[in-house]
Design a protein around this ligand. Structure first.
Ligand SMILES: CC(=O)N[C@H]1[C@@H](OP(=O)(O)OP(=O)(O)OC[C@H]2O[C@@H](n3ccc(=O)[nH]c3=O)[C@H](O)[C@@H]2O)O[C@H](CO)[C@@H](O)[C@@H]1O[C@H](C)C(=O)N[C@@H](C)C(=O)N[C@H](CCC(=O)O)C(=O)O
Ligand SMILES: Nc1ncnc2c1ncn2[C@@H]1O[C@H](COP(=O)(O)OP(=O)(O)OP(=O)(O)O)[C@@H](O)[C@H]1O
Ligand SMILES: N[C@H](CCC[C@H](N)C(=O)O)C(=O)O
Ligand SMILES: [Mg+2]
Length: 504
């Protein structure tokens, strides 16, 4: 495809073109319009002849340092800041190179599925995109989801390693899905992904907000900065006529999201106790799920959701909002809610101990999520709630003591263990988690901790294993010495619960 055609479709002017744009312009030895483009890359090691290379300043290295190497490998054009030095290829200069790159790449990779929706929020993104995919599938659509669980299509699920893949992977996945006949995609927009323009250039018909609490302050600095990253979804990423599906239970943050959506002129669709589009009138836990009374378009309905916990009801209703706001049929959506399958690693019942106590695996890795997971299980415990959890290394330190405090306060027994120590000393992470957790036990080895919890559990107790959910490994070390040791909470829980189980 010719660069001129790509740039024109993206609204970016190349030298000699009549169409100026304030954000980006191009200069270089030739106009560039006639250059035949073969691909897009953000890593110079993936550049082939005819590639457009995006040279971005990163958290670890400066991609501009690889411009010469990219040109040596055949890059035809470089998207970089105006001050970057580019010799021997067209310099597409931009003050926000990641955005300009995304806009160009999207023209190259399209067409994309017709209905694309995005979900942001501190917790609940994976659950919500997964439930949205399920609701569409039950309504007969060919649907997929992209997020922490990877790319899930009607036929398979493939891991990408990140919640929000890099822009090139994201756009090529999207076009691959379109080629497979997928028409509906729900994707997870993480704050890292949003601040790094990893998901741009496509037409997003609706965006949802689940909640906003502490996480990732290692990367974002403070809550306002973290929130601003998330708000790019509503301010810039979604289409002009998109819908904004907003959970109303997030206090002042809900009001702030509503302000952003209004300012952008989006169609507001509020969901929750105070939702005006989809109202949650009441919620009653049942043995295996919960009954939700909801009100939609003036009509009240009862839904038997086959999942436990307030948080799962919230995510399910936000998913319903996404499907309804993008043209889904109400009767099908509400019938679908009663048939939702559990999301992997989110309050997944992994085993029943020899004494009859259920063992749940959950992905809670923030203070708010630990609280939500415990609250979900509380109505189902007549004995003790035993929580096994830890905090990840090389991530927000400030959340650790808060996670410990909440787990110790809200559980009957809290066991602090390891969860992906990465480059840090695991004992030091545990010490931070234990700081405000009086009475909590410390068992560093995660397998031993799970075995201890399971052997402690009596008939009326429940065990919660939090933090790793669907993850398949324990990440130890970083850089060249990084290793991932196979570890799956569900498998270990089953081993611990089997007759004659031994930790070693
Ligand atoms: C902090 C962070 O988000 N880093 C991600 C980001 O890195 P960056 O842009 O800062 O990249 P960098 O490593 O400094 O390099 C800068 C540029 O030089 C390029 N480069 C680099 C080296 C080289 O030899 N050649 C080269 O061209 C890189 O491709 C990059 O474009 O872009 C990289 C490429 O897309 C990601 O792999 C990398 O994710 C790292 C591995 C990571 O751990 N990210 C986590 C924190 C993350 O993103 N998590 C979120 C949120 C999770 C959630 O709450 O759900 C997620 O969306 O997964
Ligand atoms: N709506 C919610 N409110 C509070 N806590 C929630 C909510 N949804 C999920 N959680 C908690 O957060 C955990 C992670 O859920 P999920 O994977 O859906 O979130 P996420 O936003 O995708 O997380 P990540 O940022 O790691 O990708 C759950 O296991 C649960 O403990
Ligand atoms: N996407 C989240 C997942 C954290 C999961 C937890 N197991 C950990 O390693 O901290 C992150 O990268 O912060
Ligand atoms: Mg996720």
């Amino acid at each position: 495809m010719k660069l001129g055609k790509i740039a024109q479709a993206a609204g970016i002017s190349l030298p000699g073109s009549a169409m100026p744009t304030p954000a980006a312009s191009a200069s270089g030895p030739q106009s560039g319009a006639d250059i035949e483009i073969t691909g897009f890359a953000i890593d110079h090691r993936k550049v082939a002849p005819g590639t457009v290379f995006g040279a971005f300043q990163g958290a670890v290295v400066n991609g501009e340092d690889y411009i010469a190497a990219a040109i040596a490998s055949g890059a035809s054009a470089i998207v970089a800041r105006p001050e970057a030095s580019v010799e021997g290829a067209l310099h597409i200069a931009s003050d926000i190179p990641r955005r300009t790159f995304a806009a160009l790449a999207a023209q190259f990779f399209g067409p994309f599925p017709k209905t694309i929706v995005a979900v942001t929020g501190t917790n609940g993104k994976t659950s919500t995109v997964e439930m949205t995919r399920q609701l569409w599938r039950m309504a007969g659509e060919r649907a997929a989801s992209i997020g922490t669980l990877g790319v899930t299509t009607p036929d398979e699920s493939v891991s990408t390693g990140l919640t929000t893949p890099d822009i090139v992977t994201f756009l090529s996945n999207m076009s691959g899905l379109a080629r497979e006949g997928v028409t509906h995609v729900a994707y997870e927009a993480s704050s890292h992904g949003l601040s790094q323009y990893r998901n741009e250039g496509i037409s997003v018909s609706a965006a949802a907000f689940t909640n906003f609490t502490r996480d990732h302050l290692d990367y974002h600095g403070d809550m306002d900065d973290y929130f601003a990253a998330k708000m790019r979804l509503f301010d810039e990423v979604v289409a002009d006529d998109a819908a904004a599906i907003i959970w109303t239970g997030a206090g002042e943050w809900t009001d702030r999201v509503i302000d952003h959506a209004k300012r952008r002129g989006l169609r507001l669709f509020t969901v929750g106790d105070h939702g005006t589009s989809l109202r949650l009138v009441s919620r009653t836990p049942t043995q295996l799920g919960q009954t939700l009374e909801i009100e939609y378009e003036g009509q009240k309905r009862m839904i038997n959701l086959p999942l436990i916990g307030a948080y799962q009801a919230e995510n399910a209703l936000v998913s319903a909002g996404l499907v309804l706001a993008t043209g889904g049929d109400a009767a099908m959506v509400f019938d679908g809610l009663a048939r939702l399958q559990p999301v992997r690693g989110r309050l997944e019942r992994a085993a029943i101990t020899q004494t009859g106590a259920p063992v749940y695996v959950d992905y809670a890795h923030t203070p708010d999520a630990i609280e939500a997971a415990i609250a979900a299980l509380r109505p189902h415990v007549s004995g003790r709630l035993i929580t096994v959890f830890g905090a990840g290394g090389d991530r927000d330190h400030g959340k650790r003591a808060e996670m410990g405090r909440i787990a110790a306060e809200k559980s009957d027994i809290a066991i602090v263990t390891d969860d992906n120590p990465r480059s840090e000393d695991p004992a030091a992470i545990r010490a931070e988690v234990l700081r405000d957790a009086p009475g909590a036990r410390e068992i560093g080895d995660r397998r031993e901790a799970i075995f201890a919890a399971v052997s402690e559990a009596g008939r009326d107790d429940i065990v919660l294993i939090a933090g790793k959910g669907h993850e398949q490994g324990q990440i130890i070390g970083s850089g060249d010495t990084m290793r991932i040791l196979q570890f799956d909470d569900v498998t270990v829980a089953r081993e611990a619960a089997s007759p004659g189980a031994k930790a070693q």
